[in-house]
Design a protein. Structure first.
Ligand code: FAD
Length: 277
């Protein structure tokens, strides 16, 4: 296997598009495990972690642009990013993992339990994908198509994650549960984003992870939240709607019954925090 370090996006795209089966690598915290287990054998790995254009968080006229090679540790520490995304980043692994792992790697790995996925879906983030033949923008909600499956085409690179100003103006919160507090993959996670106006929820976006093949938006629960007063919010009917929308399975991390039970608790906590209660 050949390993090339790209200095620019153009160089990375030329390398990725030049040989079938080539894969980008950023922090390598997911890919190294896949390679060590013999589950993939790409002929070429293109290291994109050091490309300046893919790193950091910038304010733009369209809100905030996050470079996919920004580390999870950096995302966790940014006061200008929505709370649910920072909280999701803080929930990932250990300090060592967070210093290497990137937000783009978390997104493109597309594990249903990835801790930045439900926040990015709740925030209605847009992913800019580039290849040698041009760029396209895909809403986070349409990017994930199955466990570890995305709409990324061969030779395509995630080059930017965008969050619109309206979403930055809302309030949000994230919760996860795992078998212990640190270095653990979520059994369930939940992100809530609310737009509040005079104490009334004008719009709500709710997404949960690890209870369906992809991070799942709970549209029926959202509909019940819209127009409600945040003060004294009765969350029980919302949780009942959420329960009807999820489709958890049992696996090595948790049973489906447990996942159902804790989804309600996580959503309740995230909702109350986002509503400022
Ligand atoms: C011990 C341990 C604990 C962990 N704990 C958690 C946890 O609590 N929560 C959690 O969500 N995850 C966890 N992870 C998984 C992993 O750390 C994260 O998913 C991380 O964000 C992956 O980022 P990376 O840069 O290391 O990705 P990489 O391993 O470099 O890449 C992952 C995938 O994304 C692709 N990719 C990377 N960048 C791009 C790009 N710009 N464009 C297109 N494709 C790209 C790669 O080809 C690969 O398929 C853990 C991993 C380990 C080893």
């Amino acid at each position: 296997m050949e390993y090339r370090v790209a200095a620019t996006v153009e160089e990375a795209l030329a390398l990725l598009g030049g040989r079938d089966g080539s894969r980008p690598v950023a922090g390598g915290t997911d890919l190294a495990v896949v390679l060590a287990d013999g589950l993939a054998a790409p002929p070429l790995l293109v290291d994109v972690a050091g490309i300046p254009a893919l790193r950091g968080v910038r304010r733009t006229a369209d809100g905030i642009a996050i470079g996919p090679a920004t580390t999870i540790a950096e995302i966790a520490a940014r006061p200008d990013l929505p709370a649910c995304l920072c909280q999701g980043a803080r929930a990932i692994g250990s300090p060592q993992i967070r210093n290497l792992a990137t937000v783009g790697g978390n997104v493109c790995n597309a594990s249903p339990c990835g801790d930045t996925l439900s926040p990015l879906v709740a925030l209605d983030a847009a992913f800019v994908l580039a290849s040698r033949s041009g760029t396209r923008t895909v809403p986070a909600e349409q990017f994930f198509v199955g466990p570890k499956k995305t709409v990324l085409r061969p030779g395509e690179l995630l080059v930017e994650i965008r969050i619109a100003p309206a979403r930055l103006a809302g309030r949000s919160a994230f919760r996860m549960i795992g078998k212990r507090n640190g270095q653990v993959i979520s059994q369930v996670n939940a992100a809530v984003w609310l737009a509040l106006e005079g104490g009334v929820i004008r719009e709500a976006r709710v997404a949960v992870g690890s209870v369906a093949p992809v991070p799942l938006r709970l549209k029926a629960a959202e509909a019940l939240l819209a127009g409600r007063s945040a003060r004294g919010l009765d969350v029980e009917p919302v949780l009942a709607r959420a329960d009807a929308e999820i489709a958890p399975i049992s696996d090595v991390r948790a049973s489906l019954e447990y996942r159902r039970l804790v989804t309600g608790s996580l959503l309740r906590d995230a909702l109350l925090e986002a509503a400022g209660i």
